[in-house]
Structure formats: C-alpha cells, structure tokens
Design a binder for this molecule. Structure first.
Ligand SMILES: Cc1cc2nc3c(=O)[nH]c(=O)nc-3n(C[C@H](O)[C@H](O)[C@H](O)COP(=O)(O)OP(=O)(O)OC[C@H]3O[C@@H](n4cnc5c(N)ncnc54)[C@H](O)[C@@H]3O)c2cc1C
Length: 370
C-alpha cells in the first residue's frame, strides 16, 4: 500500500484525495487545520447573510470520507515536515508517515502591515465566517471594507443585506479594476451609486486600524464596528519552505504538480507554476485532481486555462474573461446591459466584459479560447 498524505482542507485537497483514493493500492490520509470537512469556499461570502443547506456548502457529508477509505483528520494542523524520514508532525504532536505527500495548504487573506493590523478582519475560512456572524448578532451596524475586488463587493453585499452601512475603499481609480474596461467601470460606478447604505471611496485606503474604525491614507477618520481587508491572497508556503522545498511566492511546481522533491506534490492556491499562482477555485480543483493522480503513480499534466470571473452582487451581474485592457475596445449598451469586446493589436479578441445580460458568456468564452 502506498501511503499518500494530503495536507489541506480545501477544494485542492478534496480533489487530490478523491483521485488518489480511486487508484489501486493507496492509503489516503487528509489533514485539515479546519474544524469542518472540505467545503465550497466561495459560498462563505453569501453565508454571511444567508443559511445554505449542508449539501450546497460541503463537497460531501463527513461520513463520505471513511466510506471511501479516506482518513480525514479535522483540526489537524501540520507543523513540521521531515522529508528525510518522510514524516509529518501535527500541532498536537502526532507523527504521520508518508510515501508521497501532497501539499494543498491553500492561501491566506493578505493584510498589509499597517498600524493596528490586529484589529483588521478577513473572510477566508469557516472560522472567519462564524466570527463575522457573531459580530452581526452583537449588533454590527457600520463596516469598512478595504479592497473593492470581487470578494470585497460580495462581502459588502452580504453586510448590506444584514442591515450594515458599508464603506468600500479602493486604492485604485475604480472598483473591480482588474476585471473591467473603462466603459464598463463607468456602468458599475453608476450601479453602485444607487445602492442604499453603500459608500464607495476610490484612490484611498486604510492607513491605520482601530477597534472602532479606521484612519484613511488621506487622513480622514471613519467610525466602524469592523474593518475588513480584501486585498488579495498569498500562498501558505511556510511549511514547504521550512522543509527546504523550492518556494517563490508559492510552492514551486512543474506541470505534473511535482515540487523540487519528486515525492512531494503541491496544488491549488499554495502552488506556483511558471511564476504564476492562480487564486481561483477551478484552477485549484484541476490541480488537486492532477496532484492526486500523480501522487498515486500517474502522469497527468496541468494546463492553465483562462478562467473567467463572475460576480452577482450589489445589483451587478458581471462576466469578465481574458484581459480588460487591449489595443481596441468595442463597447455597446442596451437596456441597461453592457458588452465590451477587447481586441489586441493584431485584431484578435483578447477580453470580454458582460454586464447585466450574460447570455453570450459561454459563446464568447469559446471565441476567446480560439
Ligand atoms: C470568500 C471567498 C470567495 C471566493 N470566491 C471565488 C469565486 O467566486 N471564484 C473563484 O474561482 N474563486 C473564489 N475564491 C477563491 C477560491 O476559494 C480558492 O481559489 C480556492 O479555495 C483554493 O483552494 P485550495 O484548496 O488551494 O486552498 P484553500 O481553499 O485555501 O484551502 C486550504 C486548506 O488548507 C488548510 N491548511 C493550510 N495550512 C495547513 C496546515 N499547516 N495543516 C493543515 N491544514 C492546513 C486550510 O485550513 C484550508 O482548509 C474565493 C475565496 C474566498 C475566500
């Protein structure tokens, strides 16, 4: 029996466990630091405001893992890897041996080192969700969110639904800066301006955080019961780096998801391929599947795709694929819906931004991939 040990509790670990356990003569153990079985992380944003059925949140019920021969250990934080002995030490001192290791440790929400950073909150894990729900139950009425990307907007939407006033801070010139061309950004700005309870401030960020608010980089002070940061993700790569594996911003892998040690694979938000970390669910899912197959002795390759971004929050229905910046943009608007086709210098379609009416999304994505 080949002992395959998977560290992580997100989609990459889940897919790796499924793929590895389906191969013959494998014994799969998964160690997750979280207290609940693997779940759909993107659902956390909505769950700030609404309950979701377990079947919609968890990939599988807890019993599934044992039924499929997977030893899922929860609350099991991996602390030290000994690659020579091929052993892992957990935070509680338990030692687990492996023949092949899969690192699916994911990412953490990045908070810049600002004064008062200890007062800043993030939404990354189930434990973060519970902490936010507790704040809301305790009467949270005003919140500041630094970072107006997709995740920041989704969190703002849920907090507004729970009766909070929300101020969104965006250091750049426009919200969703990475996903919108100029004309679409104008449409989004107008949509957000109509949202009761929401204030959007651009060109400014949080400079200092306090228990009861924030000082902006332009010196203004905002009162708030909670200050959230949604300013990007960094790979959880410390465990790998401490064990002497090649780590850049993420754990360096090749297209087989193998690390600098052929007995160790890495996948998902933790990993970096050709200088690129993905930070996207579908990338993590595919990488996890491939890492699981290869850990069991297979030879699959990970080929990055151009995964689109979708958002349905604050009255914005958005599909954005490829690049929003190109040599030439064709923007049309009809009945409140927007469509931007972005072309590169050679006249090839390089990006698509749809707002409101997303019915052409699949067809345009195919055209982009050509
Ligand atoms: C609120 C939110 C909304 C999102 N929305 C979208 C979206 O709409 N579309 C999209 O494509 N992506 C979205 N993402 C990003 C997406 O969720 C991630 O890309 C994906 O979850 C990455 O999966 P992963 O398994 O690599 O890592 P993660 O999901 O981060 O899981 C890593 C797991 O490893 C565990 N772990 C870490 N270190 C250790 C250790 N030492 N020992 C044991 N366990 C450890 C962690 O506890 C965690 O359970 C969203 C993310 C968030 C937070």
């Amino acid at each position: 029996m080949k002992k395959i040990l998977i560290i992580g509790g997100g989609v990459a670990a889940y897919e790796a466990a499924l793929a590895a356990s389906a191969a013959p003569k494998t014994q799969v153990t998964v160690c997750s630091a979280e207290s609940v079985p693997p779940y759909r992380r993107p659902a956390l944003s909505r769950m700030v405001a609404e309950e979701l059925a377990d079947a919609a949140f968890y990939f599988k019920p807890a019993a599934f893992y044992a039924e499929h021969g997977i030893d899922l250990r929860l609350g099991a934080e991996a602390k030290v890897l000994d690659r020579e002995k091929r052993e892992l030490r957990l935070a509680d001192g338990t030692i687990l041996p492996w023949d092949v290791l899969v690192l699916a440790t994911g990412g953490y929400a990045f908070v810049p080192p600002l004064p008062g950073a200890e007062h800043v909150r993030v939404l990354r894990t189930y434990a973060d969700l519970l902490a936010i729900r507790e704040l809301l139950e305790g009467g949270l009425r005003k919140a500041v969110i630094a970072g107006a990307g997709v995740l920041g907007l989704e969190l703002a939407d849920s907090l507004l639904k729970k009766g909070c006033e929300v101020t969104l801070l965006e250091a750049g010139p426009a919200v969703l800066g990475r996903n919108l061309d100029e004309a679409s950004a104008g449409m989004v700005k107008n949509l957000l301006a109509q949202k009761a309870g929401l204030t959007v401030l651009t060109g400014v960020s949080a400079g200092k955080a306090f228990p009861d608010g924030v000082e902006l980089t332009d010196g203004r002070r905002l009162d708030a019961g909670a200050v959230f940061f949604s300013t990007g993700v960094r790979s959880c790569a410390r465990l790998a780096a401490d064990a002497g594996l090649a780590v850049d911003r993420g754990i360096v892998i090749d297209d087989r998801t193998a690390t600098s040690d052929p007995a160790v694979f890495a996948c998902g938000d933790a990993a970096e391929l050709n200088g690129r970390s993905f930070g996207l669910l579908n990338a993590a899912r595919t990488m996890g599947h491939i890492a699981g197959i290869n850990a069991a002795g297979g030879d699959e390759r990970f080929v990055p795709e151009s995964w689109p971004v979708r958002l349905n929050a604050l009255g914005i229905k958005l599909f954005s694929a490829g690049t929003p910046a190109g040599a030439h943009v064709e923007h049309t608007e009809a009945d409140g819906a927007g469509k931007s086709l972005i072309y590169d210098e050679s006249g090839k379609l390089a990006g698509v931004v749809l707002l409101g009416d997303l019915s052409e999304a699949a067809a345009l994505q195919k055209e982009l991939a050509r």
